[in-house]
Design a protein around this ligand. Structure first.
Ligand SMILES: [Zn+2]
Length: 382
């Protein structure tokens, strides 16, 4: 199967290594992405596995080094395209961002809207945005599936962020029905991958939070909602010093997913050694509860804890140690603690934990007005 990326060209039964030119430096030379392609002798799907778009999130790099040993290609049906470091500048400097793009690198993938490249009033895309657009087209032309590996907060639970699938509800009733069916089929595959992976699952935020935060322009948001490719973001606990148990459990989960995709033989392996939260209801992620005053907090919960509305989450004190304002910050909802957000010193309005909260929204929804990729309306409202 002729799959290639940059200088890496797939060869049946082999692992091949290469690079993909990302950003050319004004000082000469270039940032290149490391590329590994593993191809089995038998035909099968093409699975993209990537990590490190946030340069201070290092667990995914270790997972991919463990997952892609030399013997993998001999057992594989189909092809794995692996990029273990999507943001080399961030990785070198141990920063979330690349120094040549100010802003989150995981909000730069195409949203499907047409842009006028000749409008002098519009700022052109940064070199990184332009590079990721090129890479996205490479992914779109070869991938059947994509998993992108990340980290959340120190000590946070290993979990999956599941994008909702949006569809175009414009046109004739038959066109709308067909679009909805296509979205439901994509969503079903995404759900099956979550099940096969076997870690905790949270749905992405509701419609307004998702689009306001430009999550539809993340790696997997764009894969799902522009390229219509089943894709998931895996969050692997602490980023700067990976937890070996989560790294191992992610590797096991990915092997389960490759088995689900028909790319490896064998039975599903149990996920062990990590916290897997199954609260019995669907959850979406939310930063909550939030402090109301400038303060110092002491958390009263651990990642993975199930909580009820009204349960204590953190003590709230001033810098001298005196209890202030709400004194004890309580949960405003049932749910579970995904992790404690970084730091104990907060300004008002800051969340002290990330929680999985009950999610009564469907996982398949119409695009909100102005966001439908490629539509005249989207172009007009840009
Ligand atoms: Zn990340």
């Amino acid at each position: 199967m002729p799959v290639s990326l940059g200088t890496a060209k797939a060869a049946a039964g082999k692992l091949v290594y290469g690079t993909y030119d990302l950003v050319e430096h004004p000082t000469g030379g270039c940032d290149r992405l490391p590329v590994i392609i593993a191809q089995g002798s038998a035909r099968g799907p093409v699975f993209w596995l990537t990590a490190g778009i946030h340069g201070n999130e290092h667990a995914g790099l270790q997972v991919l080094h463990l997952l892609i040993p030399r013997e993998l290609a001999r057992k594989l049906r189909g092809t794995i395209v692996c990029i273990p470091a999507l943001n080399p500048a961030g990785l070198r400097t141990m920063k979330r961002e690349a120094y040549y793009h100010h802003g989150d690198p995981n909000r730069l993938f195409p949203d499907g809207k047409a842009r006028d490249p000749h409008d002098p009033d519009l700022e052109p895309p940064s070199v990184l945005e332009a590079a990721y657009s090129r890479l996205f087209e490479e992914m779109r032309s070869t991938a059947n599936y994509w998993i992108d590996l990340h980290n959340t907060w120190t000590g946070s639970v290993s979990m999956v962020y599941r994008d909702r699938v949006y569809y175009r509800d414009q046109g004739t009733p038959a066109q709308i029905k067909a679009a909805r069916l296509e979205a439901e089929n994509l969503d079903r595959q995404i759900g099956e991958i979550c099940e096969a992976y076997g870690h905790s699952v949270v749905n992405e935020m509701g419609c307004s939070g998702y689009f306001d935060d430009k999550l539809h322009r993340s790696t997997t948001g764009a894969a799902v909602n522009v390229a219509r490719i089943p894709a998931l973001t895996m969050e692997l606990g602490t980023g700067h010093m990976p937890d070996p148990k989560i790294v191992q459990a992610c590797r096991t989960g990915l092997v389960n997913v490759l088995k689900w995709a028909g790319m490896l033989e064998g039975n599903h392996e149990a996920i062990t050694g990590i916290t897997v939260v199954k609260p019995g209801y669907a959850c979406r992620r939310r930063g909550t509860p939030r402090v109301s005053v400038p303060c110092i907090v002491r958390h009263l919960v651990e990642p993975g804890d199930l909580v009820k509305q009204g349960d204590p989450i953190a003590e709230v004190r001033d810098i001298w140690g005196r209890p202030i304002a709400e004194k004890v910050l309580k949960s405003d909802t049932d749910g579970w603690i995904m992790g404690r957000t970084h730091g104990i010193v907060h300004y008002p309005g800051t969340e002290v934990t990330g929680m999985g909260v009950p999610d009564d929204l469907p996982t398949v929804l119409p695009y909100p007005a102005g966001y439908c990729p490629g539509s005249a309306q989207a172009r007009a409202e840009r």
